[in-house]
Design a binder for this molecule. Structure first.
Ligand code: BV8
Ligand code: ZN
Length: 290
């Protein structure tokens, strides 16, 4: 049966829900100016995953991989949360969702590494610990390949040798050959740093916590993801298998196989309406308020 787009019907399910999870992907940050992976402007269009987002790729050519991540850091570092991030941040606060889902707990499980969901929650609710799990790690963290130290790093550029290489990536020009010692180095042990993200063929972060949440969920919101990457693309199916409700928010009918609801269109418009009954343009002002 085709998924419904009946907002009132979905909101009556939220009224009775107890454990809601949201599974988000690159479409959540599209309106913030961050390119998605597989869309028409997709990041992976000009690159192959195995050249850039695997441990083997990094071992083979850390200079090329760092230029790709530096490019993404430079974009994400200038990006601001959009109404979709704001809607999820508001919904994550029990007092903000008490009309829509009075008895439910909520957790956002995001595949995104841009940090915008956490930033949005910190801007709106600085004293709360946001219910957000960043399962694919963080662009603005580094991991030392020698001592294993994981630390936050928002330096732009992260090291002098990477300065300006974002223009090469943007224009798909041949990347610069940067020597190992000029790549980001660990302040503790001088080891080579890597981006603090989860690459393909690496295990996701917080997998036990995620499994518990997925097993408990009676509603799954699937937001702005092509549902192409495992294990994130299995969560909604598992909720549907246990007779939970799955609602997809996507500009394209992707990942709707186990969906009961599909809200077509940009999530920066559909999420404020469906989750909070608010118009998207009312959301922007919220960030500007002191
Ligand atoms: C794992 C971090 C166990 C880095 C990412 C063979 C060998 C080994 C493994 C595998 C294999 N086959 C399959 C696997 C598993 C593999 C996998 O799934 N591969 C894929 C390519 C088939 N997965 C893994 O390896 C995972 N680990 O399985 O561990 C294991 C351990 C050892 C060995 C084997 C297995 C790790 C996966 C994590 C990879 N890291 N990113 C980085 O970001 O650079 S994945 C990358 O893709 C991003 O994180 C991204 O989030 C993710 C998913 O992409 P989407 O977010 O969905 O983005 P996309 O562009 O695809 O779609 C955007 C959507 O938004 C579209 O639908 C579009 O319509 C929509 N949209 C656009 N605008 C809007 C919108 N919607 C609403 N509103 C809008 N405005
Ligand atoms: Zn180190």
């Amino acid at each position: 049966m085709a998924p419904s787009s009946d907002v009132t019907k979905f909101q009556s399910i939220l009224q009775k829900s107890r454990h809601i999870i949201a599974i988000a992907g690159a479409g959540l940050s599209a309106a913030s100016g961050i390119p998605t992976f597989r869309g028409s402007d997709g990041l992976w269009l000009n690159y192959t995953l195995s050249d850039l987002a695997t441990p083997r790729a990094f071992r083979k050519n850390p200079s090329k991989v760092w230029q790709f991540y530096h490019y993404r850091r430079e974009i994400a570092g200038k990006a601001l949360p959009n109404p979709a991030h704001i809607a999820l941040a508001l919904f994550s606060q029990p007092d903000q969702r008490k009309e829509i889902a009075p008895d439910a707990e909520f957790t956002l499980i995001t595949q995104n590494v841009d940090g915008l969901s956490v930033l949005c929650s910190q801007m709106l609710f600085p004293s709360t610990d946001p219910p957000i799990i960043e399962m694919h790690g963080r662009l603005f963290e580094t991991l030392c390949t020698q001592c294993g130290d994981r630390m936050p790093n928002r330096d732009s550029p992260i090291c002098p040798a990477l300065a300006g290489t974002e223009e090469l990536v943007k224009s798909h020009a041949k990347e610069r050959q940067i020597s190992l010692e000029d790549l980001p180095r660990c302040p503790k042990c001088r080891g080579l740093l890597r981006p603090g993200v989860v690459w393909f063929e690496e295990s996701i972060l917080h997998d036990e916590e995620i499994s518990e949440l997925v097993d408990q969920a009676d509603v799954a919101l699937v937001i702005g993801t092509s549902s192409r990457v495992a294990p994130a693309n299995l969560f909604a199916h598992s909720v549907a298998e246990r007779k939970g409700t799955v609602a997809v928010f996507n500009t394209e009918p992707q990942g709707i196989g186990s969906a009961h609801f599909y809200f077509p269109g940009p999530c920066e418009q559909t999420l404020p309406r469906v989750l909070l009954g608010k118009e998207p343009d009312k959301m922007n002002g919220i960030l500007q308020q002191d």
